[in-house]
Design a binder for this molecule. Sequence first.
Ligand code: CA
Ligand code: CA
Ligand code: CA
Length: 141
Amino acid sequence: MAAKVRMAFILTVALTAIVILAALTPMTAAAATASVENARDARIFELLDDDQNGSVSMMEFKNNQMLVFYILDRNKDLALTADETFLPADVFASIAGADGKIDTLEFLEIVDSAFKQADTNHDELLDRQEFIALLHRVRNR
Ligand SMILES: [Ca+2]
Ligand SMILES: [Ca+2]
Ligand SMILES: [Ca+2]
């Protein structure tokens, strides 16, 4: 897969996951202000940081992304078809391959890449700063 397409896919998956997490996150009326995005970013980070130690490990990241996978996989056949994702058709096709489906291994490979790209100091943890930077990259692409 071309590097550019791959990057686009990683970002789209990350964004999809973030949108879903955000949608699952109850927002209070008081939070619906200019700082709503910052508050939501912080909330998403807290959701991913299962053990609340202030950083998101690869395991925490993967577990939560797999939860997203199961939510997206509406017919529970452990594969994502184009209509189950929010991906552009060409991006979907490039990762799904000949079978036209994204299986869990293909999905985890992408999650792995997204994590490694976000982990800019290579300590195998996403701290708050790295995570927020990832969210901003995804939003501003
Ligand atoms: Ca943690
Ligand atoms: Ca499916
Ligand atoms: Ca790090």
